[in-house]
Design a protein around this ligand. Structure first.
Ligand SMILES: *[C@@H]1O[C@H](CO)[C@@H](O)[C@H](O)[C@H]1NC(C)=O
Ligand SMILES: *[C@@H]1O[C@H](CO)[C@@H](O)[C@H](O)[C@H]1NC(C)=O
Ligand SMILES: *[C@@H]1O[C@H](CO)[C@@H](O)[C@H](O)[C@H]1NC(C)=O
Ligand SMILES: *[C@@H]1O[C@H](CO)[C@@H](O)[C@H](O)[C@H]1NC(C)=O
Ligand SMILES: *[C@@H]1O[C@H](CO)[C@@H](O)[C@H](O)[C@H]1NC(C)=O
Ligand SMILES: *[C@@H]1O[C@H](CO)[C@@H](O)[C@H](O)[C@H]1NC(C)=O
Ligand SMILES: [Zn+2]
Length: 463
């Protein structure tokens, strides 16, 4: 049986070697870059020559509808799964899972509990199942073992590692002898400064300029490494940012006693877990409490938000109007910028640019959903998407039309001698293989091959 398999593999290799060779030459390479909290219109606040350089030579989508809630972890997981938060299971940055009786919080190591992530199967797992390699520099979730797998290369999350060091790692992985075909790069700005200053603060201009410089640095390093002409790069973000104010506070303590509930997730969309038997009391106290706060029981959350069918979504959700904050009282920390609000609001929408051999040039598209990014990435990488809430046909017009294949490629003419030897050897091996295989069939050895195959693909099916 082993001899049979070796023969089969050899036969396949010989038969397909011309296409394998050309596949390696133009192996599709993709880099996905997220600047956390980069609102769609920041590129018009101050001169951003590097962002505009990408736009002129690539594509831009103006309004990208991200997923509710418009927070960091839910949207980063949407980008790599194509699923709404209710379906991928990372429903907030702060979560409580009543089934596991476990909490997920960014201030805690408990985000490394795989169980929180395994309702979905992220793209790097699929990429690696299909025989490719992935490299991840600080992308949320890439240092967590998911369905038993880490990215081929990844860095443990450490916000102190500079952008330049993250870029250097990714380039090493792209040009190594066993290169990655897919890189993920995450940077914490302008989100962090956006919270501190507020997006309307003139000082945000300097923050955006600095990020434009980082993008310029990345482009120049990719050019130096001779990757620029062959790489498809997508530059996007998880959400935008809205201006808050101490004039727009809603204090829950004025309406309901703290003892009646647990605040699982915080402003501006507050997840409320009432104490045993207190659901109606808490709901009634809050539902008409403030004109700028909408309160839903879980089953009433509007279906357009796709935020209902998950055990980690709490029984009551209190949602502030844009620019408003929901605190327990004024002692709670207030930031001058925030996000998380309704994903219909333009202020919550992220930037979206792409450049590379697959993309059209100097092209603007009006709208897409962030869920459409996943089928686009799968198409670029040549891998099969898992079931998702996006649609490739929504974003196909960002791509150049594929050049029809030449029925008589030059390659075969130049290499015809080697090619025919290959075909001859391959055919011989296939004939030998078929003979041996037929013999083995009569010994009923085939089922053991099928069993192996099922085991390998099982983790994917669970996702
Ligand atoms: C949930 O876990 C906490 C400790 O984290 C424990 O005190 C509590 O009893 C657990 N609840 C249930 C229902 O198991
Ligand atoms: C995080 O990165 C910084 C800068 O590279 C380094 O000095 C520090 O030791 C790292 N921390 C951990 C926990 O690895
Ligand atoms: C806050 O509520 C008032 C009164 O209902 C309304 O006029 C206003 O538009 C609301 N603010 C926002 C940002 O929706
Ligand atoms: C807010 O509530 C906490 C806890 O009850 C209390 O210690 C604090 O004094 C309150 N702050 C204000 C400004 O009322
Ligand atoms: C890009 O497109 C705009 C409008 O569609 C056009 O005015 C401009 O000349 C184009 N620029 C380049 C470099 O092709
Ligand atoms: C999103 O996709 C998942 C996986 O296919 C599916 O189970 C779910 O019903 C979809 N959600 C919506 C709103 O279509
Ligand atoms: Zn974010």
């Amino acid at each position: 049986m082993v001899a049979t398999l070796i023969l089969l593999v050899m036969a396949i290799c010989v038969m397909t070697s011309p296409s394998i060779l050309s596949f390696q030459q133009d192996q599709p390479r993709v880099l996905l870059l997220s600047f956390d909290g980069f609102r769609w219109d920041y590129i018009y606040k101050v001169p951003t020559p590097n962002f505009h350089y990408i736009m002129k030579n690539g594509v831009r989508v103006k309004q990208v509808t991200n997923v509710f809630i418009t927070k960091t972890y839910p949207n980063h997981y949407t980008m790599v799964t194509g699923l709404y938060a209710e379906s991928h299971g990372i429903v907030a940055n702060e979560m409580y899972d009543p089934v596991l009786n476990k909490t997920f919080s960014l201030n805690n190591m408990n985000i490394y509990n795989s169980k929180f992530w395994e309702e979905a199967c992220p793209i790097w797992v699929t990429n690696q199942m299909e025989g490719h390699r992935t490299g991840a520099a600080m992308w949320p979730g890439t240092d967590v073992k998911i369905h038993g797998v880490f990215p081929t290369h990844y860095l443990f999350y450490n916000e102190s590692v500079s952008f330049e060091d993250r870029v250097a790692k990714l380039i090493d992985w792209f040009i190594s002898e066993e290169p990655i075909n897919f890189g993920l790069l995450y940077w914490e700005q302008p989100d962090a400064m956006g919270h501190v200053l507020g997006p309307e603060n003139p000082l945000m201009g300097a923050v955006i300029s600095e990020i434009d410089g980082k993008l310029g640095y990345l482009v120049s390093e990719l050019k130096k490494a001779k990757l620029w002409d062959t790489l498809n790069i997508i530059i996007t973000s998880d959400h935008g940012m809205a201006q808050s104010s101490s004039e727009r506070l809603i204090e829950l303590d004025q309406y309901v006693a703290r003892e009646l509930y647990t605040m699982v997730d915080h402003s501006p969309v507050v997840a409320i877990l009432p104490k045993e038997g207190k659901l109606d009391e808490v709901y009634e106290a809050l539902v008409n409490a403030h004109p700028n706060m909408t309160v839903y029981k879980k089953e009433e959350i509007p279906s357009r938000l796709h935020y209902r069918y998950n055990s980690k979504i709490q029984p009551i959700l209190a949602m502030a109007d844009e620019g408003w904050e929901i605190l327990q009282n004024k002692s709670d920390q207030l930031s001058l910028g925030n996000h998380g609000y309704d994903n219909i609001l333009p202020e919550m929408h992220p930037i979206f640019l792409a450049y590379g051999p697959a993309f059209r040039k100097n092209t603007t598209k009006e709208a897409m959903s962030l869920t459409d990014l996943y089928p686009l990435l799968c198409h670029l990488l040549g891998i099969s998407p898992l079931p998702n809430n996006g649609s490739f046909s929504n974003v196909e017009d960002l791509l150049l039309r594929e050049v029809p294949r030449d029925p008589h490629p030059k390659f075969y003419e130049q290499e015809s001698y080697a090619y025919f030897i290959g075909v001859f050897l391959g055919s011989t091996l296939v004939v030998v293989f078929l003979l041996v295989f037929t013999k083995h069939l009569t010994h009923r050895q085939l089922p053991s091959m099928q069993v192996q195959h099922t085991e390998i693909s099982q983790p994917l099916l669970q996702g």
